[in-house]
Write a protein that binds this ligand. Structure first.
Ligand SMILES: [Zn+2]
Ligand SMILES: [Zn+2]
Length: 188
């Protein structure tokens, strides 16, 4: 019978592998001028400019399937069931990242982690694009020295997330007013 601990360890390693790639892809392919024009960077720039733009799902599925095949097949061949557990952790955490990132833009955060993840990410979007590249955790920002604790985040009115704006006032909802402000000129 297979012991659970090695399987859990392999799955955790898969989670950490995605977490590291999430940072590397976002920081260097997304924001480093030396790699400008790459497919991810082009899509990511549009995400920053438009705010509510996300790369089409079919492109992500193609990329994710190719990456899974390239890394998953050798992992299973080399390490058998441990390789499969690693792959489950890797793909599962990648899916969690995709869902979390989209929900950061579309829904207000629930709980401490949800609120932290949004502030961490919107500091990156609206204050300093050279910091806070991690989406699911601060781990690699801390490791590479790009972690910044957000202050009050100025959100350009044009890019304001629907969950942040109170439709009756056009301004930031009261419950978020201590953490976000709209960067806007005089209101009509
Ligand atoms: Zn984003
Ligand atoms: Zn970015």
């Amino acid at each position: 019978m297979l012991a659970l601990a090695p399987l859990a360890g392999a799955a955790l390693l898969g989670v950490l592998t995605w977490s590291f790639l999430e940072y590397v892809i976002h920081r260097w392919l997304g924001h480093d001028r030396r790699f400008r024009g790459n497919l991810f960077g082009t899509e990511h720039l549009r995400h920053h400019v438009e705010g509510d733009y996300f790369a089409p799902t079919h492109k992500k599925v193609v990329f994710a399937t190719a990456a899974t095949a390239v890394m998953g097949v050798p992992a299973v061949l080399l390490a058998g069931v441990l390789g499969a557990a690693w792959l489950v952790g890797f793909v599962g955490f990648y899916a969690a990242y995709e869902i979390l990132h989209r929900r950061e833009h579309t829904h207000a955060g629930i709980g401490r982690y949800g609120r932290w993840a949004r502030r961490h990410h919107f500091h990156h979007h609206f204050v300093d694009g050279r910091s806070n590249h991690g989406v699911t955790s601060p781990l690699w920002d801390l490791a590479f020295g790009t972690y910044r604790v957000p202050g009050v985040i100025p959100v350009p009115s044009r890019l304001c997330m629907a969950w942040l704006r109170d439709p009756s006032t056009g301004d930031v909802r009261d419950e978020h007013a201590a953490r976000y402000v709209l960067r806007t000129t005089a209101r009509a």
